[in-house]
Design a protein around this ligand. Structure first.
Ligand code: HEM
Ligand code: MG
Length: 231
């Protein structure tokens, strides 16, 4: 099976994105994490996740700005702060606090401990997590960036872990699957996960993203930020 999960080698490049890393760990993207084109990403997202191009094309195009190559990117370059990478992530620390690339169990504990008493996360709990992660960053990071751009990205990312690991329509996701996705960057196939049976599109995420937004009680703390267009 070409798509068996293999942990990255020390020389394999990985990103701050658990989605792209999972695709690489399963061989839907090159396992080395280098020289990745937009068509490769779009095909991998459909094959591995049943996530449609329209839901990721903007991020993929921004990704090209992370390096100097005209048509490809390397996964580690995507940590470039304030291009796509932002503060108040779910599973990585803020740039100004040290490491914005690698999984961080302390950061992840906010999501991990959310929606207590049940075995699933949903759009309501995801909104609360976004609120709580931002509150922690505002309290600890004097250099935080928090504009509408970051909020848009964070909300799309929350909708991805809910619909990819859970029901693609309702966004109800088993906690166990979400934990494996973030911690191991692995598809929890052995645990019973199945590839979403309907394609996840920007349109299909609308309702879930609306609920996340309603429950995140978000306010901007800046209007503008430095424009990042390259390394
Ligand atoms: C972050 C999922 C596609 C670049 C994230 C996060 C999730 C996610 C859940 C949040 C991680 C966190 O907050 O700790 C996915 C899925 C994708 C996908 C399921 C489907 C293929 C992409 C694409 C790009 C990208 C196409 C660009 C080429 C990033 C970056 C981050 C990120 C740079 C870090 C943002 C941050 O938390 O600071 N992604 N993503 N992702 N994603 Fe993706
Ligand atoms: Mg981040």
């Amino acid at each position: 099976d070409n798509h068996v999960w293999i942990a990255p080698k020390a020389t394999d490049l990985r990103s701050p994105c658990p989605g792209l890393n999972t695709l690489a760990n399963h061989g839907y993207l090159p396992r080395g994490g280098k020289n990745i084109s937009i068509p490769m990403i779009l095909e991998a997202a459909i094959d591995g996740f049943n996530i449609g191009s329209d839901a990721i094309i903007q991020a993929a195009k921004f990704g090209l700005l992370s390096g100097d190559a005209p048509t490809t990117m390397d996964l580690d370059a995507l940590k470039l702060h304030n291009l796509i990478e932002h503060d108040a992530s779910l599973s990585r620390g803020d740039f100004a606090l040290g490491d914005n690339l690698h999984f961080n169990e302390t950061v992840f504990s906010t999501l991990l401990n959310s929606n207590p008493g049940v075995d699933y996360y949903n759009a309501t709990s995801a909104g609360h997590v976004q609120h709580d992660r931002l509150a922690i960053s505002l309290a600890t990071n004097p250099n935080i960036t928090n504009t509408p751009k970051e909020f848009l990205l964070r909300t799309r990312e929350s909708s991805f872990y809910l619909t990819l690991m859970g029901n693609p329509i309702t966004g109800v996701a088993p906690k166990k699957f979400v934990e494996i996705f973030f911690r191991e960057e692995r598809l929890p196939i052995a645990e019973g996960w199945k590839r979403p049976n309907t394609t996840i599109t920007a349109e299909s995420l609308n309702t879930i993203e609306g609920i996340i937004i309603d429950n995140s009680n978000w306010t901007l703390t800046q209007i503008c930020e430095d424009l990042v267009l390259g390394p």
